[in-house]
Design a protein around this ligand. Structure first.
Ligand SMILES: [Zn+2]
Length: 521
């Protein structure tokens, strides 16, 4: 039997939302070592005395609400860390090319001549100019600094002439398949590059170690302050070298949230050779599914259907579930077909793997039905409804708008779906995603497919229980139950009793990971 006594930490005077359907509410919680040791809705003084020892720390929560810690099931941790050194155009609420130029000039005064200027958070949709900024716009104001502006989607960049030159991109440069370089009538690159991330990242000098360490420490506080106790890094360039870097961030205790690291498929063989398997590591840092990119290019699917099929088969054969990036419904459809066929193969081999689709932003009912049969899971980003709602409404064909993030329909088919932010692409605050899951509203109060809204309880579950489930970790975290890891957050109000409009204003008061208080407001 479980030893209820001698808890290290006891929370009293508290509403506890457990997300355990057998006992959804509680008012006293005990933690022993790193696990949840006691939970009950029968608080009494007598009960409390029985549970504590003379070393127990008792926390009076003054009526605050405890939830399981949030799990961000798809994000890019190192991009967030390195972006912290950059000029952030998103925070500056940029509305024109003129604005961008002013900010670039201001920023250039703080650095040495010839140094790289890196900016991020740019989106042409937010500009009154109705076009992308290009290399000549930037050349005119900054001829002697190389400049890279990352697009808000994370899949495009704008470079000035000096930056293009230093990367080696000229009229004769041939871009790799899956990438695109915009050119003018004379064949000269305009500065707009699509899907060239890995090439740019390799060639552009990184911030120095000292700066990166400082950024990582700041990032850690950012994540903890929003109650993110676990994150799944879905970067397709995740190599062994990056895995070692994450190990270092963990052994130096710089990042405290738990991390699941998805190896990129180009590096999978290296992980297999090094005997690093799916779920290798520990509860603090471990290996997740294999991340695969799949995009629609002018030449069709990249990688091609046949190649993608082989990659999925190879990963599954090696007991790695896959996590495939697929956004548009044409791509989603092909990915579902591949996962459906692979499921038959896996069934025959007795392999039970939770393959997943990342984003799955556009999907219709027929595809949802087929997805159910394929056994695949989804990681969705409701924060995109909040940030991109206006853009979807103006750019996406009205007939296709009902295919966007049909979360209610997906859940009606009992397809496991977890939520995430894809940070730094969108805000990592889970409350923004939860708000849009319930209200289906964007930042300007436009509503996208109201019939696809879900309840507050369900929305929280997408950021907790299903975040764990999608990585086969639901037996150890994702809800508040005896024996699970003590990863908790304390909110100033009870989200279940709030007006939905105010959900974004909830404040996290405390973050607990592995039974330790790692952050307090
Ligand atoms: Zn992503």
């Amino acid at each position: 039997m479980n030893n209820e006594y001698e808890n290290n930490l006891i929370f009293i005077n508290v509403n506890i939302i457990t997300l355990n359907s057998k006992s959804p509410k509680a008012n006293i919680l005990g933690i022993k070592n790193n696990k949840i040791n006691y939970i009950s809705d029968q608080y009494s003084k007598k009960n409390l005395n029985r549970l504590k020892s003379n070393k127990t720390k008792i926390i009076d929560c003054n009526g605050a609400t405890i939830l399981p810690g949030f799990i961000d099931s798809h994000c890019h941790i190192l991009s967030y860390i390195s972006n912290l050194s950059n000029l952030n155009l998103n925070d500056l609420k940029i509305s024109s090319i003129k604005n961008i130029k002013q900010e670039l000039i201001k920023y250039s005064k703080k650095i040495s001549p010839g140094d790289w200027i890196k900016a991020n958070g740019y989106h042409e949709f937010n500009l009154i100019d109705n076009r992308h900024i290009n290399k000549s716009d930037i050349d005119k104001i900054l001829p002697s600094n190389p400049v890279r502006i990352k697009h808000a989607s994370g899949h495009a960049d704008i470079l000035n002439s000096l930056a293009l030159k230093s990367i080696g991109i000229d009229n004769n440069y041939i871009e790799p398949i899956g990438s695109y370089i915009e050119r003018d009538d004379r064949g000269e690159p305009t500065g707009l590059l699509i899907n060239m991330n890995s090439i740019l990242n390799n060639k552009i000098p990184k911030s120095d170690q000292q700066q990166l360490k400082k950024n990582a420490e700041r990032a850690d506080k950012d994540f903890l302050s929003k109650g993110i106790t676990s994150m799944q890094d879905a970067t397709y360039t995740n190599s062994i070298k990056r895995w070692e870097l994450f190990n270092k961030l963990k052994t130096d205790n710089i990042i405290k949230s738990r991390i699941t690291f998805m190896p990129g498929y180009e590096f999978l063989q290296k992980f297999i050779d090094a005997e690093i398997k799916f779920q290798s590591g520990n509860n603090d840092l471990n290996i997740g599914p294999c991340k695969i990119m799949c995009n629609l290019t002018d030449d069709g699917l990249h990688p091609s259907y046949e190649i993608l099929k082989k990659i999925v088969n190879f990963a599954n054969k090696n007991k790695f579930p896959v996590s495939i990036h697929a956004i548009e419904s044409d791509v989603v459809e092909k990915v579902i077909q591949i996962l459906y066929e692979q499921k038959q193969i896996n069934n025959n081999l007795g392999l039970n793997l939770r393959n997943r689709i990342e984003h799955c932003s556009e999907i219709n009912i027929e595809q949802i039905i087929k997805l159910k049969e394929s056994g695949a899971l989804i990681s969705t980003q409701p924060g995109f409804i909040y940030t991109n709602g206006a853009r979807y409404k103006s750019l996406i064909n009205i007939n296709k708008q009902s295919f966007l993030y049909p979360i209610r329909s997906i859940m009606n088919y009992k397809i496991p779906i977890a939520a995430s932010s894809d940070f730094p692409i969108s805000d990592f605050n889970p409350l923004i995603g939860i708000y849009s899951l319930i209200t289906r509203k964007d930042s300007q109060n436009n509503i996208l497919n109201k019939s696809e809204s879900i309840s507050i309880n369900e929305a929280i579950k997408l950021y907790t229980y299903y975040g764990a489930y999608i990585c086969s970790q639901e037996s150890i975290k994702g809800s508040i139950e005896i024996g699970k890891l003590a990863d908790l957050i304390m909110m100033n109000n009870n989200p279940l009793d709030m007006e939905y409009e105010n959900i974004k204003e909830l404040k996290n008061l405390m973050t607990v990971i592995n039974g330790k208080i790692v952050w307090e407001s």
